[in-house]
Design a protein around this ligand. Structure first.
Ligand code: UCC
Ligand code: FAD
Length: 629
């Protein structure tokens, strides 16, 4: 008997968690594919509770939230710079629907679900499933929520937090709308958003009481109506010097308003005029003596903003690909220090707070939002195909049209499995149940899911809009927003190239262990591939072999690896997504449709790095000539 009999698409695209990962054997006990046995009633109750909550919430989405989201798109935020008497007030005006999203987010526990019951392994799955159904109807409120979640996770990692930080944590994770806070994340400055180390010019001047005043210009701030923010700045030492580069950056906590309700020496210089995400108040901010508290060690701002803290070193027997030498790893950006195999493990309460924990979470949020947007557009598109007639038939009767939608469906299924697998690993990590392999995998999957689903969201939105013909281009339908808003998913929280380099960083910092963990997992999952999919399983294995050989062969050639970073990331994503699809098909009753979807996925080119010539010096020169010649 299996709890997970329901095929993915039958769960109304609403609940996606759970089911593939637990089964009930003859004795009535539940076991997961990781082998941990759990008591039936507990799991069933948890699952039932989650399922009920998701169904109830999805009703609320269709009866209330969807309309509010549309309102947010129509009534854009603006800034009132001066009051009637000429006083500078910089008041950010948002619409009622946006404010209501704040209330709903608290009531529904969209943040608190990630923090209640720390030992509960399902809480992140529950939270992210809710966000999955919320994001595409939220009028982009999912954006401040992502940063709020990131902020809460930073505070949670701080050892001995002050009462001020504890209070902030309570507010960020509150279910009481009046107490619920959102947070901003201010990393980007005029000189650079990817290269934060060179781009950050904001300085922090220490005060007599140990607090700081910040002076600088934050070029992008998306949650401008937030109650607090984490930001980076360079501390000015007693000789009036600052340290350049990453090592000069520290992480600061600030509240955006003073007790009297006025801004904390912050000026909203302007709201950005953007291609999309117009619902979102994205501003340029001048910090002019903003009161703040340093929450990282001096110079540990970037490391701490990025995620996992080094708490242990593991000595791992290197496998086939792992005989990589010091030269390779030490050459990759981000591995400046040592060659000892190091495991990046995040443990509750260990180490100082950091913005890395923020980036990990916000990147996962980004991927969840990408899936949400793709799924919603596809649902609308499927619906339209029954209503719209052309040449005497409804669209769904044309195999060519349905084929177009089937290709999109395949993309969305693969993306959702990919993202929710990372969410599952996050759940395990946070509840202390993850294995070392799973921790490495989570670190590797985080940039992969963000970069790959961002690109998918763009192509699916474009094709999805086209499936409505001319109506897809018309503003009143609300459809153009899908395309406009998808574009940002590839830019903020790290562009595709920057995340591809983060994939290299992750491989490098783990001395190849991240790739080994991925290989172990792929081997494990494909070892039980159903016979109907044996050819596809073989294709995936061959593709992975080609990728690993490529990395091994070029272990000392940093230029080649860097040049290939994007292709490498796409290849790893496609291979892992195919693997998850096969695993899912096997554990969900082998429906012909699932088998077909796997076959479709594996028809595409899985390894993009097999042609080594494309990364030669000559290719690089020719690229240059092609672009600038
Ligand atoms: O865009 C933004 C918010 C928009 C709204 C969010 C909505 C989200 C979803 C909404 C859904 C609708 S906020 C701005 C985001 N900006 C970025 O993501 C910056 C992109 N740039 C990078 O990611 C860069 O790689 C940097 C800035 C993180 C690092 O560049 P560097 O200077 O080359 O840094 P290093 O020297 O390589 O790394 C410094 C330290 C190292 O640790 P230590 O010192 O211990 O060796 C790295 O291992 O940081 C560590 N580190 C990481 N650790 C760097 N990246 C990571 C990582 N990803 N995970 C763990
Ligand atoms: P650049 O770093 O100048 O990059 C330009 C191009 O160069 C990119 O395509 C990039 O991939 C490529 N590139 C750069 N370096 C390399 C390299 N080494 N190798 C190969 N290619 C490279 N930031 C915040 O801090 N907080 C916010 O709230 C926030 N909100 C935002 C909201 C919106 C709507 C947008 C659009 C952006 C927001 N950002 C925010 C900023 C965003 O995070 C940055 O724009 C992003 O990180 C890219 O930085 P950049 O704009 O400086 O681009």
């Amino acid at each position: 008997m299996m709890i997970s009999k329901v095929p993915m698409n039958k769960i109304a695209d609403k609940i996606f968690i759970e089911v593939t990962i637990m089964e009930v054997n003859g004795s009535g006990r539940v076991y997961q594919t990781d082998g941990i046995t759990r008591h039936y009633c507990i799991i069933v109750k948890t699952f039932k509770d989650i399922e009920d909550d998701l169904y109830r919430f999805s009703e609320r989405i269709s009866s209330e939230i969807d309309d509010l989201g549309f309102q947010c798109e129509k009534e854009k935020p603006y800034v009132q710079t001066f009051d009637a008497w000429g006083n500078r007030i910089d008041e950010l005006v948002t619409c009622e629907a946006w404010k209501k999203m704040h209330t709903i987010s608290a009531e529904e526990g969209l943040i608190s679900l990630g923090y209640d019951n720390p030992k509960e392994e399902w809480r992140r799955l529950h939270q992210m499933s809710k966000l999955y159904i919320f994001a595409s109807s939220s009028g982009l409120y999912s954006c401040p929520l992502a940063m709020t979640d990131g902020a809460a996770t930073i505070i949670r990692r701080i050892e001995n937090p002050t009462s001020q930080l504890l209070k902030a944590f309570q507010n960020l994770t509150s279910r009481n709308p009046k107490e619920f806070w959102t947070s901003g994340q201010w990393m980007t400055e005029k000189k650079g958003g990817s290269d934060v180390a060179s781009g950050t010019e904001t300085v922090a001047v220490e005060q007599d009481d140990g607090s700081y005043r910040l002076y600088g210009y934050k070029w992008f701030s998306s949650a401008t109506d937030s109650d607090m923010a984490f930001t980076l700045a360079r501390v000015v030492d007693k000789h009036n010097n600052i340290t350049e580069g990453t090592k000069g950056l520290s992480l600061f906590y600030l509240e955006t308003k003073k007790n009297d309700g006025s801004l904390n020496n912050i000026q909203i210089m302007k709201l950005k005029d953007k291609l999309g995400t117009r619902q979102l108040p994205t501003a340029e901010l001048l910090l002019d003596g903003t009161s703040a508290v340093r929450v990282s060690e001096l110079g540990r701002g970037v490391a701490e903003i990025s995620n996992m803290l080094t708490i242990s070193r593991i000595h791992t027997a290197f496998m086939a690909i792992s005989n990589m030498r010091k030269t390779f790893f030490s050459g990759i950006p981000g591995n400046r220090n040592n060659y000892l195999p190091t495991c990046y493990v995040s443990e509750l309460g260990k180490g100082v707070a950091g913005i890395s924990s923020m980036l990990t979470l916000t990147r996962i949020h980004n991927a969840v939002a990408a899936c949400s947007s793709m799924r919603k557009l596809l649902i609308l598109s499927k619906d339209y195909s029954f209503k719209r007639e052309a040449f005497g038939n409804q669209l769904y009767k044309y195999p060519l049209h349905v084929q177009t939608l089937a290709r999109l469906e395949t993309e969305v299924r693969a993306a959702t499995l990919f993202v929710f697998h990372a969410v599952l690993l996050l759940s395990k990590q946070e509840s202390g149940n993850a294995t070392e392999d799973e921790l490495h995998l989570l670190r590797l999957l985080t940039p992969l899911i963000k970069l790959y689903t961002g690109k998918q969201a763009m192509s699916v939105s474009s094709e999805g809009l086209e499936s409505f013909g001319g109506q897809g281009y018309i503003e009143e339908t609300g459809l153009p927003n899908f395309l406009r808003d998808a574009q940002v998913l590839t830019i903020w929280e790290g562009t595709t190239n920057i995340l591809s380099l983060d994939v290299l960083r992750c491989i490098s910092k783990s001395n190849g262990q991240a790739l080994i963990s991925l290989k172990n997992d792929v081997d494990n999952k494909l070892s039980t591939a159903p016979s109907d999919l044996s050819k596809e399983a073989e294709k995936l294995q061959m593709a992975l072999k080609s990728v690993l050989q490529f990395v091994t062969k070029n272990q000392e050639n940093l230029d080649v690896l860097t040049f290939a970073a994007r292709d490498l990331s796409y290849s790893l994503s496609r291979i892992y997504m195919g693997t998850l699809m096969i695993e899912h098909t096997g554990s969900c009753g082998m429906s012909p449709v699932d088998i077909y979807a796997c076959k479709r996925w594996c028809e595409q080119q899985l390894s993009l790095v097999s042609n080594k010539e494309q990364y030669s010096k000559q290719s690089s020169e020719l690229d240059k000539e092609l672009v600038y010649g």
